[in-house]
Design a protein around this ligand. Sequence first.
Ligand SMILES: [Zn+2]
Ligand SMILES: [Zn+2]
Length: 389
Amino acid sequence: MGDDLKSRVQKLGESLVGWRRTLHRRPELGFEEHETAAFVAARLRELGADVKTGVGRTGVVGVLRAPAAKRPPVLLRADMDALPIEEAPGRPYGSEIAGRMHACGHDGHMAMLLGAATVLADVRKRLDRDVVLCFQPGEEGFGGAEAMIEDGVLTEHGVGEVYGLHLWSLFPVGTVQLRVGPAMAAQDEFVASIVGKGGHGAMPHEAKDPVVAAALAIVALQSVVARSIDPIQPAVVSVGSFNAGTAANVIPEAATLRGTLRSFDDGVRETLRRRVREVLEGTASAGGGRLEFTLIPGYPAVVNDAAAVARVRAHAAIVVGEVNVVDPAPMAAAEDFAYFLRKAPGAFAFIGAGNTARNIVAPHHSPHFDIDEAALPVGAELLARIALG
Ligand SMILES: [Zn+2]
Ligand SMILES: [Zn+2]
C-alpha cells in the first residue's frame, strides 16, 4: 500500500474541522438526528457511496464498493447524537440550539469517519473489501446500535469486522489507546421501592418504617461486591438517589432507591443483578415491608478481539508513532458499540483529544467539554488504514 494516506488526510485538515464545527453548532438528541443525518448522507453521496437513510430510525449507512471484493466487508462506526446540556458560552463554533450540546465528541466522530470515507473514495481501487460507513443514532442511552443491527446493518452486507473510535478528552492528543478484552463496562440501573406502612413519627411501633429499611438496605448493598463477587473481577454498585417522605414527623408509606450496576463480565453482571435484588428483598422484609423492584438493563460490556486490537495497534503506530499507542485500564463508562462487538470481531479505540497546555481538560458530558481538533486527522487516518489493512 502506498503510504500517501497521511498526506491525503492532512490535505483534508480544513474540511475535518469545518465538518466538526458545522455539526457542533447543530446538536440533536438520540433518534432526532434529522439535520445531522441529512448532512452526513449528502457528503456520502458526493463521494459516490451507496447511501441508505432511516436505518435504525435516524441512522445513515454508506457503502464504498471495492472493485473486486476478496473478503467480507468491514464496518466503521461513528455515533451522531448530542446531549441535553447547555454549552458554556463564548465559543465561535458553539451550539446554536438552547439546551443541546455535542458534549461527548460525537461531532468529531462523524467528521473523522467522513474524512476516512473521503480518502477511501479517492483510493477505492486499492480496496479489497467493501467498507460499510455506519453513522449510528442514539448512543447516549437510546440503544441506537441495537436498532441498526435489528435493521440489518451487519447481516445485509455480511460484515466481517467492526471498528469504532471515541475521542477522549482525558487522554492527551497524539495518543491512541486500546486494550484487549473488556474495555468498557456493562451498565444496568435499578429502581427499588421499599413499601412499608406510614404513620405518626412519634408512634413508630404502629408503622413499618420504610426509611430505616431503605437506609439499612443501602449499607447492606455494599456487601454485594465485597462478598459475592470474585475479588479479581471489577464491579460497582452505587445508589445515587434516595427518596422518601415529606415531613419531619411523618413516617412515609414507601422509600425509593435508584442505583447503577457496572461490571465487565457477563457472569459478574448476572450475580450483581441477582444479589442486589435478594439483599433489597431481605432488608425490606426484615423491616416488615415488601419490595417493588425494576431492573433497567443497559449496554453490555465492550469486549475487544485480540487479533483486531493487534491490527489496530500496528496501524496506530504508523499514525502516531509506537510510543503513543497506549494500553489503558478498563473504563467503567458504558458504550453501545458493545452490541456490534457481540456480533462480529473488532475493536473500539480511544483517540486522545485532551491538551492541558491549551486547557482542553473538561471531561465528557461537561458543559465545558471540548476537543483538540488536532485529534481529528489522527482518527480519520486510523479509520482509513483499518479499512485498507
Ligand atoms: Zn457520552
Ligand atoms: Zn460518547
